[in-house]
Design a protein around this ligand. Structure first.
Ligand code: FAD
Length: 419
């Protein structure tokens, strides 16, 4: 079977693959996008039913299309995001081929040999756009045969999916807090294991936190503070958008516990770090208010003061007298939702471009192998890189790089057609 040839192959048709297609088309670079399932698949099948975007619709989008059916200050549902991305792909006439999985990527003379479920594709350039969050990770704490239903947050859809009884939610980033809240509202007893986190204010002085991140230059930060690498972020667009407040969650009946450490067959053990983790989140919250106030003063802006935003509720009993060990059977816990994040899954890329943590070595997405680029990874170029609007800007940069490479190759061929 003869191999199909393309100039640039984009792997993955989420927001990153679509943005890449738009920017390559603008520069006249011929390309193909292959997607193993459907456009925006992760927003369809790896997110819970009630999920809405973490940022308002005016912000969490590409520049050249608005969301329809929602106010700019509203938070789009996962279904709306799917419709948006499918509509966007149609708008830019992105050449997307669905149902084609890339199984292996090798280097060959002049480019790459890509093995797919639909045959071989040869490409001069390849852009890997397979997502910032690829393989769900569950720490090896509770063995499979422990008699508990255990799922990762990417497989959680709604409370009905879990057996009757109490639920332990482990991980208190944006996913864990929203899932715990939903389960509690559905009448479940819920234990929420809280590690180190940031919890920025949803709105302050009349502006959404994504606006503040922008004017304070935080979206453009180029590298995560190494001391904060393991700190998750808890934000929510649910219920019209609200600040994540662990004391408020406790007031609804959720029992907060510290980091989950071990399980001895019946009893789950937690670190004595709950108060410290919540204090860290409070400090992050208050620092953001301080930075916003300083900005208002510096720029002499007329934004209404909001002193009540600085009021922190009293600590609930689960914080002052924390549970350090919980007998899951006695507590009626029948299931665990692990909201414990993701790892990379690049085993199929047969090239020595990966560093110690499993991620590719690169400069703003341009890898050490000429023609191989990565897009959409966390902190690829800056904080915004894995977010809907940020990936669009990174794609612009990579398209410029690929167009320059194509122009160089064309010049070389013109000078020496036999090369
Ligand atoms: C719960 C959750 C909520 C989020 N909410 C927001 C939000 O509100 N706002 C925001 O800006 N960001 C949000 N994000 C972050 C980010 O926008 C999403 O993770 C988004 O899905 C990333 O888009 P992507 O195109 O980079 O990757 P993905 O959406 O992961 O798309 C990658 C695509 O590649 C395909 N693929 C993978 N491997 C192969 C292969 N070998 N061959 C062919 N195809 C392949 C997949 O099927 C998939 O369709 C959220 C993330 C999570 C987990």
């Amino acid at each position: 079977m003869t191999a199909e040839s393309v100039d640039t192959l984009i792997i993955g048709a989420g927001q990153a693959g679509i943005a890449m297609s738009e920017h390559l088309s603008k520069r006249g670079v011929k390309h193909l996008v292959v997607e193993r399932r459907r456009i925006a698949e992760r927003w369809r099948s790896e997110r819970w039913d009630s999920l809405v975007a973490n940022g308002p619709a005016w912000h969490d989008r590409f520049p050249n299309r608005q969301f329809s059916g929602i106010s700019p200050d509203g938070f789009a549902s996962a279904g709306m995001i799917v419709d948006y991305l499918v509509g966007y792909a149609e708008q830019i006439k992105a050449p997307i081929r669905c149902g084609v999985e890339v199984r292996a990527l090798h280097k060959q003379a002049g480019g790459f040999r890509v093995e797919t479920s639909d045959g071989i594709i040869e490409a001069t350039n390849v852009v890997v756009a397979t997502g910032p969050f690829q393989r769900p990770t569950i720490p090896a704490i509770v063995p499979e045969g422990a008699g508990l239903t255990q799922i990762h947050s990417s497989a959680y859809h709604n409370p009905r999916q879990l057996p009757e009884g109490a639920v332990m939610v482990i991980g208190a980033g944006s996913s864990g807090v929203q899932i715990a809240d939903e389960l509690r509202q559905a009448g479940r007893d819920v234990y929420l294991s809280v590690g180190a986190h940031d919890r920025p204010p949803r709105r302050y002085r009349g502006r959404d936190f994504v606006w503040w991140l922008g004017v304070l230059g935080m979206w453009d930060a180029e590298a995560a503070n190494p001391a904060m690498e393991h700190v998750t972020i808890a934000v929510s667009g649910a219920k019209g958008g609200h600040t994540v407040d662990f004391r408020q969650l406790a007031s609804t009946g959720i029992t907060l516990v510290g980091m989950t450490k071990s399980f001895d067959g019946r009893v789950m053990h937690f670190a004595p770090d709950l108060a410290r983790n919540i204090a860290g989140g409070d400090a992050n919250y208050l620092a953001m208010l301080d930075a916003a106030d300083a900005y208002v003063t510096r720029k002499n802006l007329d934004l209404p003061e909001e002193p009540e935003a600085r009021v922190i509720r009293a600590d609930p009993q689960c914080m002052t007298n924390p549970v350090l060990a919980l007998n899951l059977i006695d507590a009626g816990v029948r299931s665990i939702v692990w909201a414990t994040g993701y790892a990379f899954d690049f085993d199929w890329i047969k090239l020595p471009v990966f560093g110690a943590k499993g991620g590719p070595r690169h400069q703003r997405g341009v890898s050490e192998v000429p023609g191989l680029c990565f897009l959409g990874l966390p902190w690829l170029a800056r904080r915004s890189s894995s977010f809907i609007w940020g990936v669009w800007r990174d794609a612009d940069y990579l398209a410029e790089h690929i167009a320059a490479r194509s122009a160089e190759t064309a010049t070389q061929l013109a000078a020496d057609p036999g090369a």
